[in-house]
Design a protein around this ligand. Sequence first.
Ligand code: A3P
Length: 309
Amino acid sequence: KVLEYFPEDKRPDITPLIAERMSIYENPVGKEYKNYRFWPGSNKYTMEWQYDNWNPTNDDVLVASYPKTGTTWMTAIVKNIIYRDSAEKLEMMKSISFLYSYLEQGIPLKYEVMEKLPWKRRIWGTHLPAPLVNMEKLKKNGCKIIYMVRNPKDQAVSWFHFCQKDPFIKSMEGYSENWDEFFDGYISAKQANCAKEGEWYPDHILSWYPYRNDDNVMFMAYEDLKKNTAVEVKKLCDFLNVKRTNDEILSIVKDTSFDHMQTEAYGLSKSYFFRKGRVGEWKRRFTVLQSEQMDEKIEEKFSGTDIKF
Ligand code: A3P
């Protein structure tokens, strides 16, 4: 399908890329790239390509996050803020699949497809840690970056449920159907997921943390967004230089609410990205000991930063 965008005599040979992609799927322990371990689906050619050749402008928006931190929600909010005036664009942006918009996924040729979108403001996504994104270039170009942060305890529970849906993932090191085993794999950084050996979710946050005050970067906490959605949406509008009236903001909040998105399924598989959408669900899953263990690790990781959970 992607190749249809090219004139017949200029179609590139993507056989090696497909072979590479298949080999990623066949590798059950995930794939390493620059010492980071990834799930199948991330493509090292694509990661390399975006670092060297991707050239977003100050119209582009990148939603960066660790999985299960509210990425789908934030992406929907950004789409609604930007494309609210055009049902057609909103519909099209909803249907642009992860393979096109995720920096690390799919084959590099997808960038050509995104280039061909008939409007300027494109919305991208990534789960990459900051060192694998060319932050200097993005700062220079003024590409807007929103980084989602979520309490690791809720992220862990959300992640646990997500992983249960995939028998392949459950069989990987550090993942399990049993919560206690899963928790041990999570907290002892055994899971290969956008992390180096010995790293876990807090390390991903710390990789983005140095950029939090850059003009083109905005950190957003899932918990703040949940607590006062309209206020945070207004901040997002200002950050993205989009003027929206109070009524429009309220309708953005409504159209991207958990209930609304779940009913609409938003072009996405319902059970995949929507579960409970609440803050503090970890209390129903963590034992007291697990909570203390996590507090200790979080304290250790974030001491010296202004991040509090
Ligand atoms: P839970 O599993 O805790 O319910 P991601 O999109 O990064 O994969 O994150 C998924 C998490 O965000 C899930 O958390 C999901 O339910 C929650 N979520 C999805 N849409 C949401 C919305 N509109 N409002 C609040 N939370 C939402």
